[in-house]
Ligand binder design. Structure first.
Ligand code: ZN
Length: 428
């Protein structure tokens, strides 16, 4: 597990992780290689006093280091999902001699950015084995699909078309010949009997590799920076905290389903985080009272990407809160609690920035534009923990291709590491 976050490391992480299930796979592999043991939620835990553990629930993962001390938690949270185009249940379509794969948007995908790109397929399928189910990761990094846009000459005013998510985002994958079953094709590629495929969560991904760009190569062009840049920075920070823990138990949590509201078995609105934290205290020999006492002194940093001020649209941003790429981590505050930050959480994060010797930028959304949300408010409501919403600056959020600063990779990871290892974690 690399303690030092680097732009190349981020690019490799993103390219290895086209779906939430692959993010979890990438993170679990890193953890396992570094002495972490996966625990099953379906069995009681009888753990030694000290150890390194993680739990996977679908596209979500929680990792922690047990030291045996009864102390509060410091939690870094992120989300594993990104907006994209996903495969429908009956995907095989034909139109004008073309064979199409029926797709629909997941989350707030910026649809125009998905056009004219070479798209691969990833996700998971469930497979029948006798009368039991098994689960399999699927990944095809080949230009299988493409959503072609309308020629400019056929548009009404040559200023771009408005896209209908029902009609305009189906992908072509063949022309002429006999129609082929898309799922049958995938099953064949995965060496599975097509009739044994029972369920699937399949999605498209941009095949262009992530890369440093710009005059000084100090920008990173990549898909899914929201929010894999936080997953990566959080993992590196967690590795640092594991090597030298502070006065709190370091916890890393990554949730699926943030982009669609977090309300699921494994989203931030689920019991995933509180139930794991409670089981950690129970495994220490504590009870419900000790669990609640530990929560009272705990703080969660909800990490998600932040909007840098766009040079072509500066008027879209709050004029007194300009955010610079490569200008350091961002504290996100919203008076209507679209972000969970309060003065105590803000203080803990500002202190971590000072300790990590990185600058802090303070973000406020324009009061006349609707503000997006994060896992922060829901995690705070589910656990009662002080929560602070933070991030790293980027442009083009929810595009198939996003842009952030290379320097921010170092600073973001450094501040999250400082946050995870407080010298003092006095309960409130
Ligand atoms: Zn996000």
């Amino acid at each position: 597990m690399s303690v030092t976050a680097t732009p190349a490391g981020l690019c490799a992480f993103v390219d290895a992780s086209p779906s939430p299930f692959h993010v979890v796979h990438t993170v679990a592999n890193e953890l396992t290689a570094n002495g972490f043991r996966e625990l099953s939620e379906s069995r009681p835990w009888d753990l030694p006093a000290a150890g390194r553990y993680f739990v996977v629930r679908g596209g979500s993962i929680v990792a922690w280091v047990e030291t045996g001390a009864s102390q509060p938690f410091r939690v870094v949270g992120a989300h594993t999902d990104s907006p994209n185009l996903r495969v429908k249940q009956h995907p095989d379509l034909t139109s004008a001699g073309w064979q199409l794969v029926g797709l629909e948007p997941y989350g707030g995908a910026w649809l125009n950015s998905w056009l004219d790109r070479d798209l691969g397929i990833s996700g998971r399928i469930t497979v029948r084995e006798g009368n039991a189910l098994s689960e399999k990761l699927i990944r095809i990094d080949e230009p299988l699909l493409r959503v072609p846009q309308l020629a400019i000459h056929l548009s009404e005013d040559r200023r771009g078309v408005s896209l209908d998510p029902q009609r305009h985002v189906n992908a072509v994958w063949g022309v002429g010949g006999a129609p082929r079953s898309f799922l049958g094709y995938l099953a064949e590629r995965a060496a599975i009997d097509p009739d044994a495929v029972l369920g699937w969560e399949l999605m498209t991904h941009d095949l262009t590799p992530s890369a440093p760009v710009g005059r000084d190569l100090d920008l990173i062009s990549a898909p899914r920076l929201d929010n894999q840049a936080t997953c990566y920075a959080g993992l590196c920070a967690f590795a640092e905290a594991v090597a030298e823990p502070g006065a709190a138990t370091p916890v890393l949590v990554m949730f699926d389903h943030e982009e669609v509201g977090s309300q699921s078995d494994r989203g931030a609105h689920s019991d995933l985080l509180p139930s794991i934290l409670e089981r950690i205290v129970l495994a220490r020999g504590g009870g419900r009272s000790e669990y609640l006492a530990a929560l009272a002194g705990s703080i969660l940093a909800s990490g998600d990407m932040a909007h840098a001020t766009h040079p072509n649209y500066p008027e879209r941003h709050e004029p007194a809160h300009q955010i610079e790429v490569n200008g350091g981590p961002v504290l996100k505050v919203n008076q209507n609690l679209r972000y969970a930050t309060d003065a105590v959480g803000a203080g803990a994060f500002a202190l971590a920035c000072a300790q990590a010797e990185v600058p802090l930028q303070r973000y406020v959304h324009r009061a006349d534009l609707p503000c997006g949300s994060t896992i922060g408010p829901m995690s705070a409501a589910r656990t009662g923990m002080t929560t602070v919403d933070v991030g790293a600056p980027q442009l083009a959020m929810h595009s198939a291709r996003e842009l952030m600063g290379a320097q921010d990779v170092f600073a973001y990871s450094a501040v999250l590491a400082a946050f995870l290892t407080p010298a003092d974690a006095t309960p409130r």
